[in-house]
Design a binder for this molecule. Structure first.
Ligand SMILES: [Zn+2]
Length: 115
């Protein structure tokens, strides 16, 4: 299995997460905010505000940009186009491997992808 499969695996997870964020029933109205504060632990409102679907979409855009920066080199697909450290020569580079750790619990995640 090539190292590029990890990047494709991550891109697929981002696509799934983005679809979930776009479809999430999340509205910034007073009923939504009153629920966590009345029935949830302290800090629930702040937590859910910071982990809103809009926040998740910004987070995914950032991670996709990092994944693009660390795509395989066009001339040498076994190398990262950004990382030039000979110790991290093989693709996926350490940055892509770290991005993949977000999905270690997914059934499709391979142990060999661990950083
Ligand atoms: Zn890299």
């Amino acid at each position: 299995m090539s190292g590029g499969d990890l990047a494709a695996f991550i891109a697929d997870r981002y696509q799934e997460a983005e679809a979930l964020a776009k479809d999430a029933p999340y509205e910034l109205d007073e009923n939504w905010f009153s629920l966590p504060s009345e029935h949830g632990p302290a800090g629930a409102v702040e937590y859910y505000t910071r982990h809103s679907p809009a926040h998740r979409q910004r987070d995914l855009a950032l991670k996709r940009a990092i994944l693009t920066l660390h795509a395989p080199d066009e001339d040498r697909p076994y190398r990262c186009r950004t990382c030039h450290d000979p110790a991290a020569a093989d693709y996926p580079c350490p940055t892509v491997r770290q991005l993949g750790t977000e999905f270690t619990e997914h059934a499709g995640y391979k142990e060999s992808w661990k950083p």
